[in-house]
Design a protein around this ligand. Sequence first.
Ligand code: GLC
Length: 751
Amino acid sequence: MNKNIITAVLGVCCAVTAAGRTEAEIDSCVNDLLGRMTLAEKVGQLNQRSGFGYADEMVGLVRSGGVGSILNETDPETVNKLQRDAVEKSRLGIPLVFARDVVHGFKTIFPIPLGQAASFNPALVEEGARIAADEASSVGIRWTFSPMVDVSRDPRWGRIAESFGEDTYLSSVLGVAMVKGYQGDDLTKPNTMAACAKHFAGYGASESGRDYNTTWIPEIQLRETYLPPFKAASDAGAATFMCSFNDINGIPSSGNRHLLRDILRDEWGFDGMVVSDWGSLDQMIPHGFSRDRRHAAMQGVNAGVDMDMESYAYCAHLEDLVSKGEVSEAAVDSLVANVLRLKYRLGLFENPYVDIKTSKRFYADASLDAARRAVEESAILLKNNGALPIDNSKVRKIAVVGPMADARHDQVGTWVFDFEKERSVTPLDALKDMYGEKNIIYAPGLEYSRQNDTKGFAAAVKAAREADLVLCFGGEEAVLSGEAHCRVDLTLPGAQSALLRELKATGKPVVLVVQAGRSLALADDAALADATVFCFHGGTMTGPALANLLSGEVNFSGRCPVSFPRMSGQVPIYYNRKNTGRPAADMTLINDIPLEAGQTSTGCTSYYLDAGDGALFPFGYGLSYTTFAYSDPVISSSEIAPDGSLTVSCTVSNTGSREGSDVAQLYVRDHIGSLVRPVRELRGFEKVTLKPGESRVVTFTLRPDDLAFYNTPTTRVVEPGEFSVWISPDSQSGNPAKFNVVDQPSVAANN
Ligand code: GLC
């Protein structure tokens, strides 16, 4: 059968076959289509433009096949008009894919990802992503730029808000949950969205926590800390990746062939699509990596960036580069194939349009309920001297104070473009509903988080004097976190600490409730408050969730997904640090040092004279209204071979007076390595809910992969030697069990 007939037959197949194609059939369709495209049409598919309504320029681009994807268009009628131009008025009828940053909800806003991480609940994260996909796809968005799985150990970096925090394992598990939530089990279904693992890679290591800054990440650390969540997302079938703005060791990710081809394609076998970040191809010029936009376009193709978001580098220069032989058409074809494959996988050739009859599916009761549960499970009780839960026998009047008590806009946090602030339910709203308006005395004290003017203090202090309990809602406005919003002073902004001091001076019990986009340095504030609650910007249902938690209707179960520093200068700070040759010991803190103290009188170990050592609230930490006890771990063997496994169990008991959930966390330590190893590494967790007096045995299996590490950039090994394993309520507590990895385990050891 000659080529033309094959092409014709395939063309017919690709046009009419039901969406449920096999990968082989998709490849055939892609190759068939590629074979019929002009170079200009191919380049058009690699061009992503930000939408601005049904404007002539965009219409012209679409009808000429000059654009492959549009981001930020969220009107379903406009989406369909543009799509109809693409499908019915362009020469080949290739559909557009519409994209948006749907990072923690579209209309029903969930906690920022850092908050969702505090829930340590993958099922909850998946549920939130599923709801976001349903709402966003109802207006035609079929591709989101989420999950952000950049491990981040530096809360100065504003984008820690979008991450799952400082731990590689937790980020991996929750990133996968989000991918599954967005993509479901059939990406051709019109209520799904293609996920996008971002920002590949190492963006969270931005030097000094300043956004877009350079990173220096040795390959071993890249593979140990920053790549695993991306590998997990790729293995989970994430349809797309986004390359990051930063350079890694001098090479911007948008031009990093080793990252995008050697690792992502060749080593991991990723066959999805890679999109640049906004303008990131162009930014290789100021990086000092590209001479000009034409050079950037060539470097992007060579590195393997399939789609150019808003650099206009590909659409301006690729045809010329091909015509001059500086870039092969085959290289362009491979990028275009990835774009077309995404569109086939999304079923866009069969279902390109939004069903207007069922569009704008927003704010379902079940969605709002899920959003409230997500906040309830992500808020963290950091301190409680008995002020919580609110005791109705003692508390009648409640003073609700602080700039975040009624912050409809700011409680949803960063990266929310489509929310409607009038749908936000604030803590003030919810507390009035719960306790009756006449029992709530509201006096913000400060109108917004950065305010330094104390004119509102008097009213707030008066409210406190008239009340039995003060709830002070502090924290950060949404604009203080997220992209390009970095802070070096991690204390509460504005005059919030001063307000807290004034409230405390009234002698009334004061509960500090912080809503923010990052871990903060709360040492002084937490010391003042009778109880401290931390809620990473919680989204639409922050109010009802916090009211349920503060009243005791719901028990706290959130745990720290990041370490909270005592002082800003401690960052970067993280639990899975190295021990050093002189771990902190016998610390003499700055106010305890005698005058004319001798040079070595404060000891010579690794700590700060002013901040001491370690986090104020460590990774994995969080309190409850009940208490839990953990037995020492029991292991199935004291010796295993390097390729062996062992089980480790622990009995978790609720030793308090009310039901509660705790997060049992599995940590390991490799005591001796050819490279020094962290003092602990999270390798598993399980959230257990127990009634008072109830106990449960929690069991994990440790496998070689849990004990292995890269001892060279290309080899990952389990080395013989002594290991410790914990099952504990946080990254600092618990007693370990010890075992040895030996080349030839003795039989007795397994008894
Ligand atoms: C931004 C962000 C990226 C986002 C993209 C599209 O600059 O870096 O996370 O998805 O542009 O808005």
